[in-house]
Design a protein around this ligand. Structure first.
Ligand code: ADE
Length: 225
């Protein structure tokens, strides 16, 4: 997989991608992550890529031409499966969406900023708009990092125990059951006996019951879906 991230803050993004699972996946060659500084595509002497909105509302808008130039320069090099734009009014990011994106080859993620981008960019270049939640961030960088993290960890070989990605919360429409590790008793608080029983069928049954119970308590909307 190749991720091209278009951002005003490549340094801020780089730090995140140089740590942990994403960095390991990059070193293993499972994913190539490239950052593109949108200021490099500025048409002004000052490196700006934003401008005042027509009609005179507050704030600044990212201009269509520099962003289009950046996207098209990449598209001349290779075909992209999706050109994603991170925006609070996009489709809500979810585990099924992460699963779907993890099967793609090349993705562009454009990190939005200011009041957003010129609508013509959304109409003619963006194929998918994604929000990570109903709140407004100062920019799309954190959203792009969230999306990249959720997608890259699903690539085969990215995490040590592949079973554990499949057993994540949300993969089966349920939140994950509780987990315990040694010691079996701490300050009188015991690990549930079933987990120490060695009976795998019983353990699986218990985990499923716990997952359903937790989902009912914490995220009843998942059960309705
Ligand atoms: N940019 C600003 N807020 C955002 C959000 N909630 N999701 C994605 N991109 C954003």
């Amino acid at each position: 997989m190749r991720l091209d991230i278009l951002t005003l803050f490549p340094n801020m993004m780089q730090m995140f991608f140089e740590e942990s699972i994403i960095s390991r996946a990059r070193k293993k060659g499972l994913v190539e992550v490239c950052f593109h500084n949108l200021h490099d595509y500025s048409l002004t002497r000052y490196g700006s890529v934003d401008d005042y909105p027509y009609g005179g509302s507050a704030g600044m808008v990212m201009a269509v031409e520099p962003l289009a130039n950046c996207i098209e320069a990449l598209q001349r090099e290779r075909a992209y499966d999706e050109v994603i734009y991170t925006a609070p009014d996009g489709e809500l990011f979810s585990q099924p969406m992460a699963n779907e994106l993890s099967l793609k080859g090349n993705l562009i993620i454009l990190c939005g900023h200011y009041k957003g981008v010129d609508e013509r960019l959304r109409e003619h270049f963006i194929t998918r708009e994604i929000s990570i939640g109903d709140y407004v961030l100062t920019g799309g960088e954190l959203a792009a990092a969230v999306i990249a993290d959720a997608v890259v960890r699903l690539l085969p070989g990215a995490i040590g125990d592949e079973q554990s990605a499949l057993a994540d919360s949300f993969q089966d429409g349920l939140v994950a059951p509780p987990e315990y590790t040694r010691p079996p008793e701490f300050r009188g608080w015991r690990v549930p006996d079933v987990l120490l029983s060695g009976n795998h069928a019983k353990i699986e049954q218990w985990r499923l019951e716990q997952a359903i119970e937790r989902t009912r308590e914490r995220r009843p909307n998942l059960l309705k879906q």
